[in-house]
Ligand binder design. Structure first.
Ligand SMILES: Nc1nc2c(c(=O)[nH]1)N[C@H]1C(S)=C(S)[C@@H](COP(=O)(O)O)O[C@H]1N2
Ligand SMILES: [Mo]
Length: 339
């Protein structure tokens, strides 16, 4: 077992800088260079108007007129029909960047060689167990999941707590659809998500620096929110290993680490569950971890972010730009204390 005392963790920071602030130069140059190539490709891609009707990217039609004060004046929302941009009009991050710039500590602390470090990993066969405080516990194969739940396109911003972000086109389905099947009991107040534990396939799990397997959690209303999805694909392809194959959570208004990869178990529970990062460093990473520019990380500001491929920082938006959709979940809560 690793020791998660503050002293120990602080010592670790210098060594492996988990969730560090700045991209190292090599990674940044690489991401920027790849993004440039992608921008050229995107410019050649069909324009939204000429593409067949696609599912709404995110939703915001209802919020177009609503609460202008919740978004900076410079930001304009577009109709939610574009396939090449998010609802703010910002272009998709090129697939070369999204699949070569990853955080996946089960394999490596490095961002740009996850795929190599994952060569022993088997994403198939796979099952997802849904259990705990439910009337109908179920274990799904990936086949079951793909057959039962129609996959939708969802273009979401992903904002890492480290201060970089991307715009990613996911394919997946609302987690609430699984909840409707398993029927949570009235005692269920939280959901706990667990990744696989396979030290033979995941070399990072041989290290006792962290407490494996990776775990995450949501409050029930957060889990039920339509924005919360289980993703099985990106850019129209099955999820690559480095992005969480074969199935991962995506919660777009929270820091990226809440979006747990390679989910094997979902449990409905009564009490707030432990999570990987809040166990490692409780002062730095809380249970909620909503994107919040007003609540600095103890070691860096969260007011701005580097959108990969851009040459300037941009302001970070409250709830990662999804305030109109999710702020009501936290009405009356102190978002600085409940970080
Ligand atoms: N199992 C697992 N899930 C994980 C992580 C991880 O190390 N292990 N990293 C998290 C972090 S810190 C981020 S920012 C996102 C990155 O997702 P991406 O690599 O698909 O962009 O995955 C999250 N999910
Ligand atoms: Mo992250």
């Amino acid at each position: 077992m690793h020791n998660s005392t503050r002293e120990n963790y602080t010592g670790l920071v210098a060594e492996i800088t988990p969730e560090k602030l700045y991209l190292n130069r090599r990674q940044f140059m690489k991401a920027a260079g790849l993004a440039l190539g992608g921008a050229f490709l995107a410019a050649c891609a069909p324009q939204p108007a000429s593409t067949p009707t696609v599912l709404p990217t995110v939703l915001p039609t209802k919020s177009l007129a609503a609460s202008p004060s919740s978004t900076p004046g410079a930001v304009k929302r577009l109709p939610a029909t574009s396939k090449t941009a998010d609802e703010y009009g910002d272009p998709l991050t090129p697939v070369e960047t999204t699949t070569n710039y990853n955080n996946y500590y089960e394999f490596t602390y490095s961002k740009d060689n996850v795929n190599q470090a994952a060569s022993a990993f088997h994403a198939s066969p796979w099952t997802v167990e849904v259990s705990g405080l439910v009337n109908q516990p179920k274990t799904y194969t990936m086949d079951d999941i793909l057959k039962k739940f129609a996959q939708e396109d969802r273009i979401y911003r992903l904002r890492c707590v480290e201060d970089w972000s991307m715009v990613i086109p996911w394919q997946g389905f609302s987690l609430s659809r699984i909840l409707a099947e398993v029927q949570p009991t009235s005692a269920a107040r939280y959901m706990s998500f667990t990744s696989v534990l396979r030290p033979d396939e995941m070399p990072g799990q041989k290290s006792s620096t962290f407490s494996w397997p990776y775990q995450e959690g949501l409050r029930m209303d957060e889990a039920m929110h339509d924005l919360t999805i289980l993703a099985t694909g990106i850019y129209g392809q099955p999820l690559p290993v480095q992005d969480g194959a074969p199935i991962r959570l995506v919660v777009p208004w929270k820091y990226g680490f809440k979006s747990i990869k390679a989910v094997a178990k979902i449990e409905l529970v009564a009490d707030q569950p432990a999570t990987f990062w809040s166990s490692a460093a409780p002062d730095e990473y809380g249970f909620y971890s909503n994107v919040n520019p007003n609540r600095p990380h103890p070691r860096w500001s969260q007011a701005s972010e580097q959108r990969l491929g851009e040459d300037h920082l941009r302001p970070t938006l409250l709830f990662n730009g999804y305030a109109d959709e999710v702020a009501a979940l936290y009405a009356g809560m102190d978002l600085i204390k409940n970080y």
